[in-house]
Ligand binder design. Structure first.
Ligand SMILES: [Zn+2]
Length: 361
């Protein structure tokens, strides 16, 4: 009976601690602490190999390495073991497994309501930030409902009926700037983005092209600055906000089997993750989620040097693969994302945490 030899005060302290722990656990079970701001960052095509390589090249300094709630996401689409970005983003935006190429519609091609549309209905702040055209599959699946991802003009048209506060990315040729201004947007472009602007509703196009350039070709800190700017604007909304940030070109590096492109885009994306993480850390009401729609390239890291921070990579394909992708979560409600989950579960978890009434969703 060694236990009895302990001072009585220690026994009391231990009992109290045990009581508090079980009471605390019950409280969490009953009512999960809920965020009212959600930042979802999607690294398109970013699997574990891409993250591992970026971590190696930054000497482990990735912000992603600070997250301690991590899950695995099954990425299959409604009609294929290997998803594309349209079906992958629709799973996250709308909670349905749909066919590859579908933008915000189900297997029957009918529209399915998105997180962003639920957030708009609750008068929350909403924003999209991306390093490709805003009409591209991943951002499009959050506001558009079209049977095919190739319908850029129709996708752009769907944005006019969605009063999203902050839209930053590419895609200028698809939009009617006069119409956007009539809808109350301040519209600007140029790669020296006017980060001092403080307008409640704005579109910011990187340049006049469809897609912003690669990070290595002069995009600089566009993504992290855009993310910080969007958070600052959206945080003025007392009802909270939903912001989606995409690191679009990690995927393109994978398609090109271009390791340097892949790694630099992943490191750049992590800077945006850090902006979100640092905000959430101070804020306390923000959930940050970082994941991918799928892995691209079947990237393997076969040899490497700890001394020189080099890696000998190998790609198995120029397409997407079916391997699960990680999801990193930080902030209130993050515990819901641990374990192995379907991509559609991300939608349901976010909706549950933001208290959306899904009705007959
Ligand atoms: Zn792709």
């Amino acid at each position: 009976m060694k236990f009895l030899k302990q001072p009585i005060s220690l026994i009391i302290a231990l009992s109290l601690l045990m009581f508090n722990c079980s009471a605390g656990a019950k409280a969490i079970d009953k009512k999960i602490v809920k965020p009212f701001k959600v930042i979802l960052l999607i690294g398109d095509g970013m699997g574990l190999a891409q993250i591992s390589a970026a971590s190696h090249y930054t000497n482990g300094e990735l912000c992603l390495n600070l997250f301690n709630v991590i899950g695995l996401v099954k990425t299959s689409s409604g009609n294929d073991y290997i998803t594309d970005s349209a079906a992958g983003a629709t799973a996250y935006s709308s909670g349905v497994k749909t066919y590859n190429g579908a933008i915000g519609v189900g297997m029957d091609s009918l529209p399915v309501k998105t997180i962003l549309e639920y957030a708009l209905a609750q008068h929350m702040g909403t924003g999209l930030v991306t390093t490709c055209s805003i009409t591209h599959a991943t951002p499009a699946a959050f506001f558009s409902h079209q049977p095919s991802r190739s319908m850029d003009a129709a996708i752009a048209n769907d944005l006019y009926s969605h009063p999203i506060d902050v839209v930053i990315g590419g895609g200028k040729p698809y939009f009617d700037i006069i119409k956007l201004q009539q809808l109350g947007y301040q519209v600007s472009s140029g790669n020296a983005i006017q980060w001092t602007m403080d307008y409640p509703k704005y579109f910011y196009f990187y340049n006049d092209s469809i897609h912003p350039p690669k990070w290595s070709e002069g995009r600089g800190d566009f993504l992290v600055n855009a993310t910080s700017r969007a958070i600052k604007t959206l945080d003025q909304n007392k009802n909270g906000f939903f912001l989606m940030v995409e690191g679009s070109q990690i995927d393109w590096g994978g398609h090109d089997n271009d390791f340097d492109y892949t790694v630099k885009e992943t490191i750049d994306f992590d800077k945006a993750v850090r902006a979100a993480y640092e905000f959430a850390k101070k804020d306390g009401h923000t959930l940050v989620l970082v994941t991918a729609d799928h892995e691209t390239g079947g990237l393997a890291l076969n040899h490497g040097s700890l001394k020189n921070h080099t890696i000998e990579p190998a790609y198995t394909t120029g397409h997407h693969t079916g391997i699960m992708v990680p999801i990193y979560a930080y902030g209130p409600g993050s515990e819901l994302f641990a374990g192995t989950i379907e991509n559609t579960k991300v939608f349901y978890n976010i909706c549950q945490l933001l208290g959306f009434n899904l009705g007959a969703h």
